[in-house]
Design a protein around this ligand. Structure first.
Ligand code: ARG
Length: 402
């Protein structure tokens, strides 16, 4: 009997061809597994195409809820943005997809897993490292790293082998999408000087076409977790979907960046993440009231470390557990509400409140009710500036020159 392999199957040309290739070239019985992290795909269509391509069976795993609760929300709590801009939608999905591949392999008694990643990207690293961490006994096959087919030869191969492929006009882009965001690469985007053509955007309106009137939103958090939208308790998946819709309508969440991949390549990346950009702004607004100056400074460093770790595929590592423990601890008083204004491509925090706020009106006000001890200021400055004063006497400074 042939050995079984679990193929992470997206329904695209690459993975459809991979089904037949794994069967014919490698002699596997192929289980096509689609892990649904929130994609615009039809289950029946994917299943019939997989079977027609030669799969032994098809599995569909809906992990949207789990994705949001255990991958997206922790990243929001961390404040994670790779290189300061990318909310990590694709990167966050990979460890979960790997986990589902391993679970399917165990259920089916498979000896190997496969995916459609190329040799140049980050996703191969994230999937391989995650599978190795969870199930070191499983073999990993990556057809696109092995075969020498370009897109044309893949299409020829599909025709020769009667593999049904969607006949829709070929998009010049490579796209990955899930609830938390869309990642768009290649085609005209490969020239970093070229403005992204209008057809890359699917979730966000152009700011020029966005409504003239702003929309105000209130997002509530409990211990760092987003729980309410405009005062109403909201299911995690619904919250993300709603924010994508509302913020996308206002043109919020477009990101165009040059990114440094783990494999050493600089690449042009375009993202749409309306919910992500909005949530990160809201969460940061509540944190700004609740966390001390030192916590905010140090947590920003942890956020960078965390973002790099997620980007670099090290989800299943003890370093992740340690960072996670710190982040979790910082969230114990991050309960409160942010008020946001969405308008013409921007999201602006216009209000924030928390029962645990450290903001003290009586200390901050310049009006009546000021309780700040003004007599203490001079003494404080004398001591704060003391080292500088001593230094300037012993080590006179040359004037700053241009
Ligand atoms: N550069 C992004 C990342 O590494 C997006 C990758 C998109 N993946 C894809 N298979 N098209 O997370």
């Amino acid at each position: 009997m042939a050995e079984k392999i679990i193929l992470a199957y997206s329904g695209g040309l690459d993975t459809a061809v991979a089904i037949r290739w794994l069967k014919e070239e490698k002699g596997y019985d192929v289980v096509a597994l689609t892990v649904d992290v929130g994609m615009d795909r039809q289950r029946e269509e994917l299943q019939s195409r997989a079977m027609a391509a030669g799969a032994a069976s098809f599995e569909w795993s809906d992990v949207q809820d789990e994705f949001v609760r255990h991958f997206v929300f922790p990243a929001v709590m961390a404040g994670a943005q790779y290189q300061g801009v990318y909310p990590l939608a694709t990167a966050l999905s990979r460890p979960l997809i790997a986990r589902e591949m391993v679970a399917a392999a165990r259920r089916e008694g498979a000896t190997a897993v496969a995916h459609g990643c190329t040799a140049k990207g980050n996703d191969q690293v994230r999937l391989d490292v995650s599978v190795q961490a969870l199930a070191p006994d499983l073999a990993i096959v990556a057809p696109l790293r092995e075969w020498a087919m370009d897109r044309e030869s893949e299409i020829d191969y599909a025709h020769e082998h009667n593999i049904p492929i969607s006949v829709t006009k070929k998009s010049p882009y490579s796209i990955d999408e899930n609830l938390y965001g869309r990642s768009i690469e290649t085609g005209p985007l490969e020239d970093p000087w070229t403005e992204p053509p209008d057809d890359v955007w699917l979730w966000t309106k152009s700011p020029a076409d966005a409504p003239d009137e702003a929309t105000y939103l209130e997002i509530g958090f409990e211990r760092g977790v987003p729980t309410t939208l405009d005062g109403k308790a909201t299911d995690p998946v619904d919250l993300i979907n709603s924010l994508n819709k509302i913020a996308g309508e206002h043109g919020v969440g477009r990101i165009d960046t040059i990114e440094d991949r783990l494999v050493g390549i600089k690449s042009r990346e375009v993202y749409e993440a309306p919910a992500g950009v909005t949530l990160l702004a809201a969460h940061g607004a509540v944190e700004s009231l609740v966390l001390s100056k030192e916590q905010r400074r140090f947590k920003a460093q942890v956020a960078q470390e965390y973002a790099d770790l997620v980007y670099n595929g090290l989800w299943y590592s003890t370093h992740h557990q340690d960072l996670q423990a710190y982040i979790q601890s910082t969230q114990r008083y991050v309960t409160g509400t942010a008020r946001l204004k969405l308008h013409k491509g921007t999201v602006t925090v216009v209000g924030r409140k928390s029962p645990r706020s450290l903001y003290d009106f009586a200390l901050a006000t310049y009006d009546k009710g000021d309780e700040f001890d003004r007599t203490a200021a001079v003494g404080f400055i004398n001591i704060w500036g003391l080292p500088v004063k001593v230094q300037s006497q012993v080590q006179p400074m040359e004037e700053f020159k241009e």
